[in-house]
Design a protein around this ligand. Structure first.
Ligand SMILES: Nc1ncnc2c1ncn2[C@@H]1O[C@H](COP(=O)(O)OP(=O)(O)OP(=O)(O)O)[C@@H](O)[C@H]1O
Length: 479
């Protein structure tokens, strides 16, 4: 929407457009100063200097306001805690009602209006393969080998991951990571993808979720240009595809997936896959695909034991300390957390984030009491862990559409509204990050998710009947 709006504004005439831009630039600096001043008063000096002071603001080519955070961690914090407030103050002060996007330094701006399309092959000019922007965008720097803790629950997977990075030719192909939610499959895949580009013999890696693969393929078919799609996914040395269960049972995509993997393996390129279930248990229709997947190395990842949970917690605290130097978590509190959070690493991280918000962010010590309160607050989500998949299915059934519609690029109202509701619920009911949620909705950008969440919040606040749909779905999903 912002891109369309901006074009309208700038289309008046070149001179007027230049004048508008100059005026806009002055306004932006003044408005940003006012926004910061308000935030300082509302948040207090400590939080302001820790989280807000380093933000920069600029205007995108298309006329949207871009707030630049120095890191992805800071960007997520801003979105989770003050994003809505910044937008509200900005809207109040900016008579032009420009849209505002929060990005991390170095992160690409969204390419389309609100929805960032999966790079459509036909939109990519000859020499610029789809894989190039996707690789940098998609790899999460926090998910490295250095930050991956190894124990009995994941030692086979970790060893396999390291071995394929250092091997000259694939020792096992495909490598298939499987295990429950949040046990580290994505972390390991990102670690592999980023490690292969940094060795003395850098190779090209492409990480995609299965939704992205599906969506890229469907877009290519519609554009009658599957060649560029094929060249992109087959033109890498490492192809990593997450959430493979999403492809199972979709005949055309299974077929393309099979041909892609077979072609890569035949050329001695490494294929890495991940799913909740081992390959033999996936509902794959095509026997050739099943046989190909079971013919590689299947590596289980399971829930970490106490010792591994403690190591993961220590690692997450060390990472958080880079952003919150005052964070100090005593040994007894660490022991307590690692013993209490038995569900998995993702929940461990969720509780830690919650603890940080209640303590270090406010300049308070991490007491056992703060930790107990954080645990109490999260008890609902601990009772029933929801997945984005489950949310998409429930929303699709509720609104009488399909999950494929929800993840598609269709922009008709009958599909857009359920999609926004599903994104909103994914943000509220799961601990997934915004970029992660975006990826699971057909490879969209995090700013699309923010737009959807804000839209639904605004509708609920204005008394729109969508609030009843959201309530009903929330009750149903929480069981
Ligand atoms: N062994 C580990 N060491 C450090 N962090 C870990 C480890 N295992 C999991 N984590 C952390 O737990 C969180 C969830 O991990 P990840 O997203 O990789 O899970 P997943 O298995 O891909 O889950 P899903 O199937 O739901 O996508 C991440 O923050 C990740 O860094």
């Amino acid at each position: 929407m912002w891109r369309t709006m901006a074009y309208k504004k700038l289309a008046v005439s070149d001179t007027k457009a230049a004048a508008f831009e100059a005026q806009g630039a002055t306004d932006i600096a003044a408005i940003w100063r006012a926004v910061r001043a308000r935030l300082r008063t509302e948040l207090g000096d400590a939080l302001y200097s820790q989280e807000i002071a380093r933000l920069r603001v600029r205007m995108s080519d298309a006329g949207a306001i871009i707030v630049l955070a120095p890191s992805t961690f800071n960007r997520d914090w801003i979105e989770d805690h003050v994003g809505a407030r910044i937008r509200a103050i900005w809207t109040e002060l900016d008579s032009m009602h420009r849209d505002l996007i929060v990005l991390a330094e170095g992160q690409a701006e969204p390419q389309s209006d609100v929805v960032r399309e999966i790079p459509a092959p036909q939109a990519v000019s000859g020499s610029s393969p789809v894989s190039t922007p996707r690789q940098d965008d998609a790899i999460e720097p926090r998910f490295s080998f250095d930050s991956f803790r190894v124990g009995p629950a994941n030692e086979v997977a970790a060893a396999a991951a390291r071995s394929i990075v250092s091997a000259a030719t694939p020792p096992f192909n495909p490598v298939f990571f499987y295990g429950d939610y949040g046990v580290g499959k994505t972390h390991l895949m990102h670690a592999v993808a980023s490690a292969v580009s940094k060795t003395s013999r850098p190779r090209k890696a492409l990480y995609l979720t299965a939704e992205e693969f599906l969506s890229g393929f469907v877009t290519a078919m519609r554009a009658r240009d599957t060649i560029t799609f094929k060249e992109t996914v087959r033109g890498v040395d490492f192809l990593l595809i997450d959430d493979v269960h999403f492809i199972a049972g979709k005949p055309k995509t299974e077929d393309e997936f099979l041909n892609t993997i077979a072609a890569l393996i035949a050329e001695n390129k490494q294929v890495v896959l991940a799913s909740h279930r081992p390959p033999a248990e996936l509902a794959i229709a095509d026997d050739r695909l099943r046989s190909l997947l079971t013919g590689g190395l299947a590596c289980p990842l399971s829930k970490p034991d106490l010792d591994l949970r403690r190591q993961i917690l220590d690692c997450k605290i060390a990472q958080a300390k880079c952003h919150y130097p005052v964070l100090n978590v005593s040994e007894p509190v660490r022991d307590f957390l690692a013993a209490r959070i038995t569900t998995g690493p993702r929940e461990l991280e969720g509780v830690l984030n919650n603890v940080i918000c209640r303590t270090a962010l406010l300049g308070l010590p991490v007491t056992m009491e703060a930790v107990s309160t954080a645990l109490r607050d999260l008890s609902l989500s601990a009772e029933k862990r929801l997945t984005v998949d489950e949310i998409q299915k429930a929303v699709a059934t509720h609104f009488g559409v399909t999950t494929t519609d929800i993840c598609s690029k269709r922009r008709t109202q009958s599909v857009v509204r359920p999609r926004h509701v599903a994104m909103y619920l994914a943000k509220v009911l799961t601990t997934r990050s915004l970029p992660d949620i975006g990826r699971r909705f057909g490879g969209r950008d995090h700013s699309t998710v923010i737009h959807a969440v804000n839209k639904i919040i605004a509708m609920i606040e204005s008394g729109d009947p969508i609030g009843q749909d959201v309530d009903c779905l929330t009750r149903e999903l929480r069981g």
